[in-house]
Design a protein around this ligand. Structure first.
Ligand SMILES: [Zn+2]
Length: 450
């Protein structure tokens, strides 16, 4: 029975996939007919006690931005709902249209429902399932069961999981219009927004790469929501799409399978949201992703630390109701530095020390040091030396845990806090030829970065 049901569903999807014209018409049609306001009040998120910092976008010469005749400057809010390890994003458009993108895991379903209630969302104009993985569609079961949905958008990627079958079953049972978008489709949620589909591939061999990627543009402010799309899909999008965006939801919860430096540079986000769960078993977010984001000076926010993150925008400026994320990312994906491993880092590590320099960032004026061993190391009496500048940093009394990286900061923007130790506000490493040396308590050089 189940097999027949699955076949029927698969057929239904294939039909949906192959008829792009119908899909487009359906999208257009749906948008025209949505005149009911689904939200009566969205102020409660604004009442949080978080320091508000409005970011005005610079007016760059030649920057062409869409300020159409319909542009009202009304507030739009984008809510990155804290669902633990997973994604769930609520868009409340300038004219109070609503779109929910993913719903986290099944166990997060109730949290999503409660959050929608807290925002007085009584019905959703669109629900998007970016791809059929459990940390994206699981919570949509609760949503389908308790909130009226006008239109359901799915990647078209068939998955054999019971959750996916349950989802499709509920969509059919409730007669919700169901569409599978094609790349370059637009979704008419609100006449003041442009929502472009930059990727959707029901035939992808990998669930993540099926991800519906959306770019939502309101005036001068845009959001790039990438699902779990991997680096190959990023490369494809770079070839044919304008991926630049003001705010990025980093792909795949900050995993290094997404967010290549190439892609991050092309997006050029002012702010990036990482949607992930505290102490997740994948080590998300990964160190390389954080490095790439810092390379382009993106501010970083994480749902694990901040809970639900609300971004408010009037189409000119934006305001993120959360504190910046200050971590350094997990190193589980980085193999321990070895002196004979040229692909890892250029550090020369001496003896058997498991404490080593892994990176010197001349631009940020920072040095990163890793503990690649299996036990904590107390760093008091260790020193970091700039050889040419002949300056020495003495580590405070703290322990570097196994796999942990500590970043020693210097220069005018030197940071302090979790994962960072501030040396000085003077610039240390900016004179490019200055080697860094790490010395153990005996004064022996254990690691050197030319
Ligand atoms: Zn995921």
């Amino acid at each position: 029975m189940r097999i027949i049901w699955s076949l029927f569903l698969a057929l239904m999807i294939v039909v949906g996939c192959s008829d792009a014209t119908n899909v487009d018409q359906s999208f257009e049609h749906q948008g025209e007919s949505n005149e009911n306001n689904t939200v009566t009040d969205n102020n409660s998120a604004a009442e949080r006690e978080t320091k508000e910092q409005v970011t005005e976008l610079e007016n760059q010469d030649g920057a062409e931005k869409i300020i159409g005749p319909d542009f009202s400057g009304k507030e739009m809010t984008v809510h990155f709902i804290d669902v633990g390890q997973g994604d769930s994003i609520l868009i409340v458009s300038p004219n109070n249209k609503t779109m929910l993108i993913d719903g986290g895991t099944k166990s997060a379903g109730n949290d999503v429902i409660q959050y929608l209630h807290s925002q007085n969302v009584k019905q959703l104009d669109y629900v998007v399932a970016t791809h059929p993985d459990a940390d994206h569609i699981g919570g949509l079961i609760s949503v389908l069961n308790s909130i009226s949905i006008k239109q359901f958008i799915d990647s078209g990627k068939v998955h054999t999981s019971a959750t996916f079958e349950e989802m499709l079953g509920l969509i059919q049972e409730k007669n919700i219009p169901y569409t599978v978008p094609q790349k370059d489709d637009t979704i008419p949620l609100d006449k003041e927004l442009e929502i472009n589909v930059l990727n959707a591939d029901g035939n992808a061999s990998d669930n993540n790469d099926a991800s519906i990627v959306l770019k939502v543009t309101y005036g001068e402010v845009s959001f790039l929501l990438t699902g779990d799309a991997g680096i190959e899909i990023e490369e494809e999008m770079l070839k044919s799409e304008d991926v630049s965006a003001t705010i990025l939801k980093a792909g795949h919860h900050g995993s290094n399978t997404s967010s290549s430096l190439n892609f991050i540079k092309a997006v050029g986000p002012k702010a990036t949201i990482l949607s992930y769960g505290q102490d997740n078993s994948y080590g998300h977010p990964h160190y390389e992703v954080i490095e790439n984001l810092r390379e382009v000076n993106s501010k970083i926010y994480g749902t694990a630390e901040s809970g639900t993150i609300v971004v408010k925008t009037n189409g000119h400026s934006f305001n993120i109701l959360a504190d910046e994320w200050t971590g350094i990312g997990a190193t589980s994906s980085i193999s321990p530095p070895k002196s004979n491993n040229p692909t890892n880092s250029k550090a020369i590590n001496k003896g058997t020390s498991e404490i080593a320099i892994i990176n010197k960032d001349l631009k940020a004026d920072t040095i990163s040091i890793i503990n690649s061993g299996s036990s904590s190391v107390n760093m008091s009496d260790w020193t970091l030396k700039s050889v040419e500048g002949n300056q020495t940093f003495e580590f405070p009394n703290f322990s570097l845990a196994p796999g942990e990286i500590i970043v020693i900061t210097s220069g005018p923007d030197a940071k302090e806090g979790k994962g960072y130790l501030k040396w000085t506000n003077s610039s240390i490493w900016l004179n490019t030829g200055d080697p860094a040396q790490l010395l153990n308590p005996k004064g022996e050089i254990v690691s050197e970065l030319p």
